[in-house]
Design a protein around this ligand. Sequence first.
Ligand SMILES: Nc1ncnc2c1ncn2[C@@H]1O[C@H](COP(=O)(O)OP(=O)(O)OP(=O)(O)O)[C@@H](O)[C@H]1O
Length: 269
Amino acid sequence: MTDTTNGMTDTEAGTPEPVIRLSGVRAELGSRPVLRGIDLTVSRGEVVALLGANGSGKSTAVRSIIGQVPVSAGDIELFGTPRRRFRDWARVGYVPQRTTAAGGVPATVTEVVTAGRLSRARLGILRKADHAAVRRALELVRMADRAKDPVDALSGGQHQRVLIARALAAEPELLIMDEPMAGVDLASQEVLAETLREQVAGGATVLLVLHELGPLEPLIDRAVVLRDGCVLHDGPPPKAVGQHALPGHDHVHPHAPAGAGPIRTGLLS
Ligand SMILES: Nc1ncnc2c1ncn2[C@@H]1O[C@H](COP(=O)(O)OP(=O)(O)OP(=O)(O)O)[C@@H](O)[C@H]1O
């Protein structure tokens, strides 16, 4: 069955088209293997959280998807196209880890968000519809009243909202966000959760790197947990971070003999 109404293409079995597909992906940084054979599929409309301890490879995995990290083995497809042949980047909104994008660029909020629209602007010229999309993106993250302010003047949470507006300005079908809630104040967290809810309700596919599910938990369909560059778990999201009942949890068992290493029974550490 093929359904091309509202732009959707379903596979013959009626299952949603994979938007992201990684199979056997390996990557080294320096000489260090950081991804050691990752399989991951995100289907249209899914909201998938990529979880795992510091250094487990989450950022490297998403950066490999958008082509910022070279892979040494395996395949990556975006919207059914091998990534090296994929050119339709306006369909993908990427929000990097804020630390990698925060450095003192003297730009206004509008300038930053407008940059996110350039991929949709024909011949690089912004038209009325493009300016309207920029305004809409700013309204979505409730930053329209700060449109003319320099980004340097914003709090961490407001800065993050601007980066998300930049990704939304191109009206992407797929949103990839690396730790969108890190260092974000509670008020901004709520705005971000609401923004994401609206995107998901509108049919967006979302892959999020998270340290914990937090306020986004109700939105998450599936959690993929990495450890040491491998997929440890791919399934329902853990109910609460730090649960001992989950396989792979790191903790020292109270009855373990002195000097015993941690027993791995949970997901996130
Ligand atoms: N440019 C680099 N050169 C060498 N090693 C790197 C580089 N970038 C990251 N690494 C290492 O690769 C491993 C995986 O890093 P990555 O940032 O993907 O992990 P992460 O799961 O996203 O961690 P975090 O939660 O701390 O962001 C880490 O051990 C990190 O030190």
